[in-house]
Design a protein around this ligand. Sequence first.
Ligand code: GDP
Length: 196
Amino acid sequence: AQIKSSRFASSHARVHQAPRDGKPEFAFIGRSNVGKSSLINMLTQRKELAHTSGKPGKTQLINYYLINESWYLTDLPGYGYAKQSKKTRAKWESRTENYFLKRQTLVCAFVLVDSNVPPQLIDLEFINWLGEHGVPFVIAFTKTDRKQSRDGGSVDDFRQELLKTWEELPPIFLTSATRETGRDEILEFIETTLLA
Ligand code: GDP
């Protein structure tokens, strides 16, 4: 699987403004600072396709990147930024829920989870919401190069938490943007899913 070209396509506040060309899309989402921009840049081998956090929690836009002129990588606003107001949080929630419930071209969501911290309620709640609404998703653990992650980390604990609610686990990817870990696996998964 290869990424031959990638380019910024458009930004939208709401899902009804998003591209209507019917191209399939894979959405990336996670807590702010989880390493989403870094992972997107690592996957596309671009330094600044996605902007790494200057202002966490500020961007509430859905960014569309067109890959190989054939599918979209969709960068969704992060959640769980501590300094967010209730109003901002509510806006994020309604727009994000709308996106997942209405976007018919969505093939699969990548939920990014930091492998260096114990399982976070906000991640589990978000994943459970996707599962309850039948949204296809996989989990990508980030920053697996860090020491906390190497020393056991939270991946197994997170699996155990999910198994309290779900009988089956979704596909799980272990990634590090700095070491370029997980790139082949993710691109392979996307390619296979597109061909299915
Ligand atoms: P975003 O807010 O989710 O888009 O997160 P960013 O990509 O901006 O990354 C947040 C912080 O985590 C930055 O300081 C990055 O340098 C750091 N970071 C991101 N990915 C990795 C990784 O794979 N390994 C390490 N060690 N740090 C990372």
